[in-house]
Unconditional design. Structure first.
Length: 204
């Protein structure tokens, strides 16, 4: 009569289950990373047609709007050069003497700025006691924290979408300009053309 087959200790079974579970987790992580990479790579092919080509013609001089605001579209496509703009004069200015400057999605406001959030441009105001945020970073590569969240980026469509925030920008003479970025795309296509709409108000 043969003896019954010896069963492995419970501890060995648990260790084996643990190793197998860990292996399955690693497989799942790898599958997720591969799927994410594929979505990022092919996402633009499935973007709704027209979204990535719709843009504004470059117009770097202020256009007066019927509601009392101004608008301009700046060519900020050069990733190595800042495009400065004088909000009071309504024209391009040297980046070092401007009220705002753009380099693709990056923004600078050398005299200070405040993110007022998604509010109405016509009624926007600077809250009492609000702190004007100065640019951070180096002199050659300044960044305005107030413009830090002006857009949302989709990793599947690779589109930049303005979030509708109004930014209070302090100009060189103390005037406040309430600025909203309404677009990022050029006509007929391409990114880096920043469309601004702004309203001027005297400093209180």
């Amino acid at each position: 009569m043969s003896e019954p087959e010896a069963k492995p200790p419970v501890e060995d079974l648990r260790a084996s289950d643990f190793r197998e579970g860990k292996h399955l987790i690693w497989i799942g992580v790898c599958v997720f990373l591969v799927a994410a990479a594929v979505l990022i790579a092919i996402g633009p092919r499935f973007a709704p047609k027209g979204l990535h080509v719709k843009g504004m013609p470059i117009a770097e001089t202020a256009r007066a709007q019927s509601d009392g605001t101004f608008a301009a579209t700046l060519d900020a496509r050069d990733g190595s050069t800042w495009k400065g703009f004088d909000l009071l004069a309504g024209r391009v200015a040297d980046a070092g003497a401007s009220d705002v400057a753009f380099r693709r999605t990056e923004a600078s406001a050398p005299h200070g700025a405040i993110d007022l959030g998604a509010t109405d441009l016509a009624t926007a105001r600077v809250p009492d006691g609000a702190e004007w945020l100065a640019d951070s970073g180096s002199k050659a590569s300044p960044r305005s924290p107030a413009f830090g969240k002006w857009y949302a980026y989709s990793y599947t469509t690779h589109l930049v979408r303005p979030n509708g925030h109004v930014i209070a920008v302090r100009c060189s003479n103390g005037t406040v300009a309430f600025v909203r970025i309404d677009g990022y795309y050029c006509e007929p296509d391409g990114g880096g053309c920043v469309t601004l709409t702004w309203r001027l108000a005297p400093m209180s």
